[in-house]
Ligand binder design. Structure first.
Ligand code: NOJ
Length: 584
């Protein structure tokens, strides 16, 4: 284990990479009109992969408690924990068998309470993941529901008769592949599952179901948490159960295109808000696949249902031609900028965005958003600068702050992620060779984001004393928290520098967003303005030098940069600079 005191010394050393005279105006507590979660960053933890204290190869809650100071050093005031409830772990916890308990592999309820209490001492609050579109097939509710068509919970899930020929009620394909309907012998009916067969969808039309879910959410509020991330929430309202036009050789249509964000969903969500969240000092962030920037005013802000939603236009760029991984497309920087700018602009007057480039379902950002062959460390720093200077609450996903990159294991059998297996099969069905199918897995597999956290240079990167449930990335000797804390030029030190800078410049929390040079295919540049003061970010996402126009540089002074000072008018490949300007 490494010492936090040593780490902090390194943080302070890290600050020396500030450009000369970087601190231009004093720390400002401003932003009082903003709520605590608008001024802070959120750190996302995949508990299974974060820190294992009992040597079983699986991370646990005491492991998180041990690292609260590390998390705080990134400016985080909230920790989003992906599900820690009891679960058969078919989808690593997103298949919940009890909504108000802790899975024994993660620890006990006392461990959770200690985590909340120790977090509070540091002003870091826990955020629970509510998985309310579906439960596990092992949940007591489903075990009862499946027994007969007449039991008290018969209507708690979505049951339908077979078509006259015995086939599934509709031709919908589940998100993980295969039919979205599974036959149940006991009831002689099919049940619907948006995801795996082990994740049956709950029937939100039934008010008893909704009340049971609200009770579960209130249970965690009473434990003193700081918020909720609400999983797959755009799928809770099912439209008519009709076939869709097949979109692939299997004769099926992706369920997402049939059920995401359909008419009537907001009625459920307004009730959810009224019953559970309203008037509580917590924040909510909904996972909103299928919501586009134009929809945001109905979802967030004063008439909305959540404080923020994860809207995926920018994350889905490589998939814009379809939901399946085997149809990746090329995309341009202007498309990424347009997607981000659209949600920034829609929420300008009303509403708030989470800013995110990674999570436990996505490729690592250095692979996702930069050209092949990009230097990982440089790309990671550029992404960090954008993440921490855009308007909104930045979400840092574990390992992102160290510059984690994708893995590329040789065989599909090396992969744990259930969706990688489904997508691999779809790619083969579509006629791709096993090698091509593996290329898709290498890029998109969710295991990219789930390899264990790299704490130091010990065996298994200090993550566990046992055998980790998923292999540690081979780069751990140099990419780890201990080594990076001691290196002022590391990705980790850069994150800490940015966290401090963000704290000290209210433009970055309160300031309005304005995109600059929108047509540029190399540089993402934007200004954040509060009163007469501006902070401007210019990030070169390309592997070539990029020229900064003379008028852009006018009146700007560089405060920070991802590289030592260079030629004023040229941004080197993957270089980002942060400037200040004072308006007339
Ligand atoms: C979205 C979650 O982020 C993902 O990990 C999970 O597999 C699905 N929802 C199903 O709960």
């Amino acid at each position: 284990m490494f010492s936090f005191a040593k780490e902090m010394a390194a943080v302070l050393a890290g600050c020396s990479i500030l450009a000369a005279g970087a601190t231009v105006f004093a720390a400002d507590s401003g932003g009082d009109s903003l709520k605590w979660w608008q001024k802070a960053a959120v750190y996302q933890i995949y508990p299974k992969s974060f820190a294992d204290t009992d040597g079983d190869g699986v991370g646990d809650l005491p492991g998180i408690t041990e690292h609260l100071d590390y998390i705080g050093s990134l400016g985080a005031k909230a920790v989003w924990l992906t599900p820690i409830y009891p679960s058969p772990m078919v989808d690593n916890g997103y298949d919940i068998s009890d909504y108000t308990a802790i899975d024994p592999s993660y620890g006990t309820m006392e461990d959770f309470e200690k985590l909340v209490a120790d977090g509070k001492k540091r002003k870091i609050r826990m955020v629970m993941d509510l998985v309310f579109n579906h439960s596990s097939e092992q949940h007591a509710w489903f075990l009862e529901s499946k027994q007969s068509r007449t039991n008290p919970k018969a209507d708690w899930y979505i049951w339908r008769d077979a078509k006259p020929d015995g086939s599934a009620p509709t031709n919908w394909r589940s998100i993980f592949g295969g039919s979205a309907w599974t036959w149940c012998e006991e009831r002689q009916q099919y049940y619907l599952h948006t995801f795996a067969a082990q994740q049956p969808d709950l029937n939100w039309e039934n008010p008893e179901v909704r009340q049971a879910l609200y009770d579960a959410a209130r249970f965690w509020i009473d434990k003193g948490i700081g918020g909720f991330r609400i999983d797959a929430i755009t799928y809770i309202k099912k439209p008519a159960f009709v076939d869709g036009t097949p979109d692939a050789e299997d004769g099926m249509v992706g369920i997402h295109s049939m059920t995401a964000n359909t008419e009537g969903i907001l009625d459920f969500l307004h009730e959810f808000k009224r019953e559970v969240f309203a008037g509580r000092d917590i924040f909510t962030v909904g996972e909103a696949n299928g919501v586009v920037p134009a929809d945001l005013p109905k979802w967030v802000g004063k008439d909305g249902v959540f404080d923020m939603v994860f809207e995926f236009s920018h994350m889905n760029l490589p998939l814009k031609n379809g939901e399946t991984w085997c149809r990746p497309t090329e995309w341009k920087l202007t498309e990424l900028k347009d997607a981000l700018t659209a949600s920034q602009n829609v929420t300008k007057e009303n509403g708030w965005c989470p800013v995110f480039f990674e999570n436990h379902d996505q490729p690592r950002c250095v692979n996702h958003f930069f050209p092949k062959g990009a230097d990982t460390e440089k790309a990671a720093k550029t992404m960090a600068a954008v993440l921490l200077t855009l308007r909104g609450t930045p979400f840092i996903y574990e390992g992102q702050e160290l510059g984690f990159a994708n893995v590329a294991w040789p065989s599909i059998d090396d992969y744990n992620d259930i969706s990688s297996h489904g997508q691999y099969k779809i790619a083969l069905q579509e006629g791709f060779s096993p090698e091509q199918a593996m290329e898709f897995v290498h890029f998109f597999s969710r295991d990219n984001a789930r390899t264990p956290m790299q704490w130091n240079t010990d065996a298994q990167a200090g993550f566990t004393k046992g055998t980790p449930w998923l292999p540690v990335h081979e780069d751990y000797a140099s990419v780890n928290a201990l080594v990076e804390a001691g290196n002022p030029g590391s990705v980790l030190s850069w994150y800490r520098t940015l966290a401090k800078f963000r704290r000290e410049h209210r433009e970055l929390t309160e300031g309005a967003y304005e995109e600059l040079m929108p047509e540029d295919e190399q540089i993402f540049a934007f200004a954040r303005t509060a009163g007469k003061r501006q902070i401007i970010t210019a990030a070169n996402f390309s592997l070539k030098e990029a020229k900064l126009p003379a008028e852009f540089l006018l009146g700007k002074r560089q405060l920070l940069g991802t590289m030592p000072k260079g030629e004023t008018k040229i941004l080197r490949p993957l270089e980002t600079r942060i400037y200040e300007a004072v308006l007339e």
